[in-house]
Design a protein around this ligand. Structure first.
Ligand code: UDP
Length: 238
């Protein structure tokens, strides 16, 4: 029942690397299908979900700049790569019966819709999953900031950051067995301690708009549904 859910409309940010599976590059269809299944399970309950997907599995502006490509151009290439990930996710979602629209911040009218806020809201109200592609449409930004921006624009109840780890720890849980997970953190602490959760600009935008950021693991089955219900393992930044 919807009343059992703490968050009814969320923006889920998925890093490009989450789509690689065991590979070192690119899109692992099996992994995309698994994550799509998580989204479908929550969508089935009537929850509204929008997605922002990064492109670290294909192309990153900063790394490309290091090889000699001019920064802004490299960033546009990175944004184009997010469109490929968005289309892969759309395909996976539609194959399991979830109606999906891709909206790109860089107009690409033969491939997908362009970003139109009110239209995106309408899609969500109609029960469609909206995937926001091409980041913010601007170089020098990241998809973290794009996710925060869209979460605010879409009036989401929370910004969910799906990662490989089930929250934010006081030290690296992969190397330190005594690492402790924070249940909650303040926006301020994340910024002042420079905790590597999301870009500072994304955190600041969520702080200004009072939207909680929930860090959780996309590896666990049913985690998305659990987080939206207000339980499940996570760190809540508020
Ligand atoms: N990018 C950009 N502006 C944006 C979003 C992304 O220029 O608003 C570019 C940037 O080059 C970035 C790349 O797209 O490196 C991929 O995004 P990101 O690094 O955020 O992906 P993730 O780390 O989440 O996989």
């Amino acid at each position: 029942h919807m009343a059992d859910y703490q968050y009814n409309r969320v923006l889920l940010k998925i890093s490009g690397e989450a789509l690689m599976g065991e590979h070192e590059y690119g899109i692992d269809t099996e992994t995309v299908t698994r994550i799509a299944g998580e989204v479908a399970a929550a969508h089935e309950k009537g929850l509204q979900i929008a997605l922002v997907i990064g492109a670290g599995n294909i192309f990153r502006g900063l790394s490309a700049q290091a090889t000699g490509i001019e920064r802004s151009t490299a960033d546009y290439m990175g944004m184009l790569a997010t469109v490929m990930n968005a289309l892969a996710m759309q395909s996976a979602l539609e194959q399991i019966g979830v109606p999906t629209r891709v909206q790109s911040a860089i107009p690409m009218q033969t491939v997908c819709e362009s970003y139109i806020r009110r239209r995106a809201v309408r899609h969500m109200e109609k029960g469609r999953v909206v995937i926001f592609a091409a980041g913010t449409g601007n170089p020098y930004f990241t998809t973290d900031t794009a996710a925060a921006l869209r979460a605010a624009e879409m009036d989401c109840d929370a910004l969910l950051k799906g990662t490989q780890v089930d929250g934010v720890y006081d030290s690296d849980p992969k190397t330190n067995p005594d690492a402790v997970r924070y249940e909650t953190l303040s926006y301020h602490k994340v910024l002042s301690d420079d905790l590597k959760v999301m870009d500072a600009s994304a955190i600041a935008l969520m702080r200004e708009n009072n939207i909680p950021i929930i860090v959780f693991s996309l590896q666990e089955m049913g985690a998305l549904d659990a987080v939206m219900a207000g339980h499940g393992t996570s760190t809540i930044i508020k």
